[in-house]
Design a binder for this molecule. Structure first.
Ligand SMILES: [Zn+2]
Ligand SMILES: [Zn+2]
Length: 358
């Protein structure tokens, strides 16, 4: 079958091969025919080494498809079921799961050193234990979350990472208060989802911050009240908050420099929400004095910072009711064969989300 493979960390091109096989099928596993997968910034970060990932590997972790085959002991899924691939499955038994913080469950990382694919040249890993830039993938049954048949594959794929991450940051982690002021730094698919979450909660001011003009225009359509380039942020803070700073600032880039900017634009006693996935050797610097004296809360948000399956269900309910626009996030659609052009498009930053149709 076909899959897009990165041969070595640091390369910027994938090779679409047709000699790849999804491996590991057996008890507790399911085989999925992928139908749609989104390009998420974390895929680029795994390719360039910012996020740890063994190679060669099949990138992609935001996907949806249908079940082809279920292993022994799998009672909750059947062939033909429509599923979202969940890269952070919940075991249901560990202390984090029992507390309802399934985004902190480590069970999905236990298989991180096990290859998901093979080809005549040897083993091939899957990104984050999944790897969705492929026609078929084998994953633990817990990584395949059934969704109703009226959820199109492209929408279901978005729920697998970007939308869950962005909406959850606003609804779960920040718990944005009605009437508050919000700034969102970084307005790709995740940032736009955070904007939609802030709008749902009734934020009075939502300032979108992005260097790309087309993304700023999109942000206004999705509920931002102002959209500015990074250099215009200090003025926007002055106008939107009379200079005090925002009640909430979302950092959706994953860099210490933008996190520092976000911290400085958060009001005293306000909340900085760190959503971007950054590098292990990139350190955010804060003085002990400002940390104490300004009483700003720093809340990291991983995968929406809440019960993952509950977040999926909530997103589907909001989408059905027309309260969030998910289709509008998909600005580009390409077949798997054109994945390298799509990755280039993401590097230049014009796309909100690109959907690979498989
Ligand atoms: Zn668990
Ligand atoms: Zn992602």
């Amino acid at each position: 079958m076909r899959a897009a493979v990165l041969h070595e960390i640091g390369q910027d091109k994938l090779e679409v091969l047709d000699d790849v096989e999804a491996t590991g099928f057996g008890p507790g596993k399911v085989r999925i025919r992928m139908r749609a997968t989104g390009l998420c910034h974390s895929d680029l970060s795994a390719m360039n080494g910012v996020l740890p990932q063994p190679a060669p590997f099949v990138p992609g972790h935001e996907g949806a498809g249908e079940i082809l085959e279920v292993g022994e002991d799998v009672r909750t899924l059947r062939p033909g079921d429509r599923v979202v691939v969940c890269w952070l499955p919940a075991c249901g038994a560990c202390p984090a799961c029992r507390r309802g913080q399934t985004e902190l469950c480590m069970s999905g990382f236990m298989n991180a050193g096990t290859p998901n694919f093979k080809r005549p040249g040897g083993d091939v890993f899957g990104f984050a234990g999944t790897g969705t830039f492929t026609e078929e993938v084998v994953v633990d049954a817990g990584c395949a979350v059934p969704v109703p048949d009226d959820v199109p594959f492209d929408i279901a794929a978005l729920i697998g990472c970007g939308v869950t991450t962005g909406l959850g940051a606003a609804l779960n982690t920040a718990d944005v208060e009605a009437g508050s002021s919000v700034a969102v730094i970084g307005c790709g698919g995740v940032g736009i989802s955070a904007i939609q979450g802030a709008r749902l909660r009734g934020a009075a001011e939502i300032v979108a911050v992005d260097p790309v003009a087309s993304r700023r225009e999109s942000a206004l359509k999705f509920g931002a009240t102002r959209a500015v380039s990074p250099g215009e942020l200090p003025d926007a803070k002055q106008q939107a908050t009379a200079g005090e700073g925002f009640d909430y600032v979302f950092e959706v880039v994953g860099k210490s420099a933008t996190a520092r900017t976000a911290y400085e634009h958060t009001r005293r006693g306000g909340t900085l929400v760190v959503v971007g996935a950054g590098a292990m050797d990139d350190f955010l610097q804060l003085s002990m004095f400002e940390l104490f004296f300004d009483e700003k809360r720093i809340l990291p948000s991983m995968y929406g910072g809440g019960d993952v399956l509950r977040s999926y269900e909530r997103t589907i309910a909001l989408w059905r009711a027309g309260r969030v626009d998910l289709a509008g996030l998909i600005t580009h659609r390409v077949p798997l064969a054109e994945i390298n052009e799509a990755l280039d498009g993401m590097r230049t930053g014009t796309a909100l989300r690109t959907c690979i149709e498989i």
